[in-house]
Design a protein around this ligand. Sequence first.
Ligand SMILES: Cc1cc2nc3c(=O)[nH]c(=O)nc-3n(C[C@H](O)[C@H](O)[C@H](O)COP(=O)(O)OP(=O)(O)OC[C@H]3O[C@@H](n4cnc5c(N)ncnc54)[C@H](O)[C@@H]3O)c2cc1C
Ligand SMILES: NC(=O)c1ccc[n+]([C@@H]2O[C@H](COP(=O)([O-])OP(=O)(O)OC[C@H]3O[C@@H](n4cnc5c(N)ncnc54)[C@H](O)[C@@H]3O)[C@@H](O)[C@H]2O)c1
Length: 535
Amino acid sequence: MSKQMEDGNTHYDFDLFVIGAGSGGVRAARFSANYGAKVAVCELPFHPISSEVIGGVGGTCVIRGCVPKKILVYGASFSSEFEDARNYGWEVNEKVNFNWKKLLQNKTNEIIRLNGIYKRLLSNAGVKLFEGEGRLVGPNEVEVVQLDGTKLSYSARNIVIATGSRAQRPAIPGQELAITSDEALSLDELPKHVVILGAGYIAVEFASIWKGMGSNVDLFFRKELPLRIWCGNFSVGRELVASGCLGGANEGPMLVPVVPHKAQVFSFWRLGLAVRGFDDEMRAVVARNLEARGINLHPRTNLTELTKVEGGIKVVTDHGEEIVADVVLFATGRAPNTKRLNLEAVGVKLDNTGAVIVDEYSHTNIPTIWAIGDVTNRMNLTPVALMEGTCFAKTVFGGEPTKPDYLNVPCAVFCNPPLSVVGLSEEQAIEQAKGDISVFTSSFNPMKNTISGRQEKTVMKLVVDGETDKVLGASMCGPDAPEIMQGIAVGLKCGATKAQFDSTVGIHPSAAEEFVTMRTVTRRVHAGGKPKTNL
Ligand SMILES: Cc1cc2nc3c(=O)[nH]c(=O)nc-3n(C[C@H](O)[C@H](O)[C@H](O)COP(=O)(O)OP(=O)(O)OC[C@H]3O[C@@H](n4cnc5c(N)ncnc54)[C@H](O)[C@@H]3O)c2cc1C
Ligand SMILES: NC(=O)c1ccc[n+]([C@@H]2O[C@H](COP(=O)([O-])OP(=O)(O)OC[C@H]3O[C@@H](n4cnc5c(N)ncnc54)[C@H](O)[C@@H]3O)[C@@H](O)[C@H]2O)c1
């Protein structure tokens, strides 16, 4: 091993070695190199067609979930466009066919193109890319195991763990017959009948994708409504301060035990972090829309067994129901990818979910080791991993210590129609408020639906602090919700008041203008009160 970089009396091969070239890892590597650091990153060999790590093809795996998923979302959205187009005068006389293989091929080509761009960005920044599985050997040493088994060893002044997360499977008999989102992105055939277990982001998004493409979809989940209010796992300093689901969360114990301990949750709030949950009201809207679009919802139902039968996979539910499907998707959460990194040998601390515990600067308990993205199980979204990578580079190589800011991070569930939110949910606002909360809601038939005849209301909601008039949270379920919410997020980030929303001139005619024209308060809720619904 050569040691070239100088650090006191020690020389290192690199200033920074990043394990994992996903969203967070690529950002940390590239930005650190732009600050003048000598950087290397290692990534598992990747097969862009299967989206799985099978080796042989090579290349970085920087686009694992979001982009291929969104391409399928676009693909599925055309079916309702065709339906809606009829009352706009389009006469579709011939049968419209959907070619799954063509979409899959085009999606793969796009992923290959994007991977090429990311690779070029890295090499243009001077980052050395290694292909192989990385693991820690010491606080300043990384080993890369290549496809043929040969091992490379490098020293680095700093190491970033950015290995992401992997899908979890519930331990039920026949679980190996089910697929996860990894395979769902690249199935050889479009399934005729799919059973999905779970009701988080992935379950709800894939239910919409497959339904849009013409499959029969059954969605099974444990609680009353899809999606969760709030769930997370928060480390502050080096201590885990809160873990689990907050106040009446719908899903019960998941990967982490439920600890709805107010003192812990409030210490988390005091430190300025905020994780957005989904209001019960908006979850009910999503359930209603999924059902209206033809997805069979099975609330309060779990799967107990899968067996291979002629014609597919038989699933048995805890109500004794039996369904045969050709594909069963487990969308039951993801766990941090820490098992094969040899972290114990170095003493990097993990929490009870296997996530790397970090402080507000993404620093682990080992001075030379940092961790960003899903592997820390903070807020598992691509833009958050990017933010954490950027802050790491600024802190360590830019001479500007910078904490990621988790306040008002917007997010979207790309079901059809999509749900998008920013800031606090009504439930969270009530938990935090000192005084009253004013809730403004609007439920309307979007203009496009009036002609197309589609019976599907767009729902919008603003949660406002009664004392300061600050808008604390916004939600929307309806066409273009994510596109609209990004702009609303800027408003919340700037601390906009309801009066400022009201004084903003709308764009007419648009659905978005409703956010600046909701004048009549729907309800006032006292601090510690109960959220309600009028929808
Ligand atoms: C199906 C799906 C859809 C999603 N859709 C969205 C979305 O629409 N919007 C959104 O914001 N988020 C979405 N997410 C979440 C998002 O993908 C993650 O939050 C984000 O990718 C986290 O970035 P990361 O860098 O931590 O991990 P990743 O992007 O997963 O990158 C980790 C990388 O580390 C590599 N790796 C693992 N172990 C090793 C090792 N030992 N050595 C070398 N390399 C290793 C992996 O191969 C991988 O490339 C989605 C996730 C999934 C699964
Ligand atoms: N649009 C987006 O931004 C987007 C899209 C996809 C994924 N993601 C990220 O990826 C993460 C993982 O997605 P996900 O949908 O797998 O997880 P999730 O945590 O959002 O949902 C998991 C679902 O599985 C259920 N579940 C868990 N264990 C179960 C069990 N043993 N039996 C039955 N049901 C069980 C839960 O109750 C929940 O409904 C998300 O939390 C999110 O951070 C984001």
